[in-house]
Design a protein around this ligand. Structure first.
Ligand code: T4K
Length: 374
């Protein structure tokens, strides 16, 4: 049993002393929120880092998703095809927007939405596809765009896990109509809480700006049913500082990943999902699948509990599936979503952050092996 618990992640935080000058400046300026100078600077910097033509900062990713769905003007009550293998925020944003989530199955290799199942689920009432780049694995963007063009659908990407991911050098946030990034504390790049929308269409700039700020166009004019999605100056300052640190964090995580890969790849009951070669890995999570083929005494839950007994807190991201959440229970089953149900039983997110020491990785791997033969 370890003395200190090991959690699935540790937030990347800048040096405290580097934060003080920002605090002093924000305090003396008395401009603390509502599109302040650090907010605007972070938007510009992020636009360059993510290689996107337009970017709007948000106070969290969920608010971003809500605004994305509103900005695309989808017909009230229409259907949005999405994946059940995601965090609650994805289908919740669809439901909060007065739209209906329709769940498609996922592909086994990337665990992202299966384009062939999307096509089967399209009805005259379908208005959009909301795909997720789960764990930073890009959804099948080309195929999804082909389907969207054929059926005249909008495409939104939940890129909450895909900060700085690129496909052959192209920013992941340039695909589809709008992409959403999350900058929550548990994310590789974070503003403690935060998020962003990225998009190519310049006509969306003013609309997203006003939807993020109560629909205000100017002091006398409100043009839409907006909400409050603004990030404040403290969040933006943390973001600016973390932009200077995230690459170093990625380098450290690459070493941790290599260690895990080396130890775990020899375990026959473990499958390590592989990022496609043309994709730069964001290194948001380290996920394994614990495979039960035949009469094995090992299971994901057994490993999860065994590690927990030793003060190591892994997470079953993303189990249960969204179709097992109370609001969505009638919208999918093992019969309609066989891959998603299988994979959700197998996945385990292991502790993954730059500060994780080699001996800790070794200990975790040894315990996983012990769980099998215990
Ligand atoms: N779409 C997808 C696909 C997402 O995964 C998410 C968020 C969203 C949309 C929505 O984006 P945001 O609106 O959140 O920007 C966490 C995060 O809260 C959530 O942002 C994230 N996905 C989700 C996958 O994970 P929990 O409930 O697992 O977090 P929690 O509090 O259990 O934290 C996990 C571990 O992290 C803790 O065991 C220890 C460590 N931790 C956490 C916090 C908050 C710390 O060490 N310090 C901390 O301050 O949801």
């Amino acid at each position: 049993m370890l003395k200190k618990p090991i959690y699935v992640t540790k937030p990347l935080l800048p040096e405290l002393e580097d934060f003080y000058p920002y605090l002093e400046d924000i305090w003396s300026s008395k401009w603390v929120t509502n599109h302040g100078k650090y907010h605007n600077l972070l938007e510009t910097e992020l636009q360059n880092v993510l290689k996107v033509p337009h970017l709007s900062l948000f106070n969290n990713g969920t608010m971003g998703l809500l605004v994305a769905l509103k900005a695309l003007d989808l017909p009230e009550g229409s259907e949005v095809i999405t994946t059940p293998f995601t965090f609650a925020a994805t289908p919740h944003a669809i439901s909060w927007s007065g739209l209906k989530p329709v769940f498609a199955d996922i592909e086994p290799e990337t665990m992202t939405i299966d384009p062939s199942n999307i096509e089967e689920l399209i009805t005259p009432n379908t208005s959009a596809i909301l795909a997720v780049h789960i764990y930073g694995f890009p959804a099948k963007v080309e195929k999804i765009q082909e389907i969207a063009d054929k059926f005249n659908l909008k495409v939104i990407y939940d890129a909450a896990h895909a900060f700085s991911t690129e496909i052959e050098g192209k920013g992941i946030g340039t695909y589809g109509d709008i992409s959403m990034f999350s900058f929550h504390a548990t994310k590789l790049f974070n503003c403690i809480e935060g998020g962003a929308l990225t998009y190519n269409n310049s006509n969306l700039v003013d609309q997203i700006y006003s939807l993020r700020n109560f629909g205000i166009m100017n002091e006398d004019t409100i043009v839409s049913v907006g909400l409050n999605g603004k990030a404040n100056e403290l969040q933006a300052a943390i973001g600016l500082l973390n932009l200077e640190c995230y690459k170093k964090e990625q380098e450290k995580r690459q070493i941790v990943k290599q260690l895990y890969d080396n130890y775990l790849s020899s375990f026959p009951f473990i499958l390590i999902p592989k990022m496609p070669v043309n994709v730069s890995n964001s290194l948001q999570y380290y996920v394994i699948r614990i495979i039960q083929d035949g009469p094995s005494d090992i299971s994901r839950d057994k490993v999860y509990h065994y590690l927990k007994q030793h003060n190591i807190y892994t997470r079953k991201y993303f189990y249960p599936l969204c179709t097992d959440y109370v609001p969505y229970r009638s919208l999918g089953s093992e019969r309609t979503l066989p891959q998603a149900y299988t994979i959700a039983e197998e996945v385990l997110s292991l502790p993954f952050y730059g500060e994780l020491k080699e001996e800790e990785v070794l200990k975790i791997c040894a315990l996983i092996k012990e769980a099998k033969y215990e």
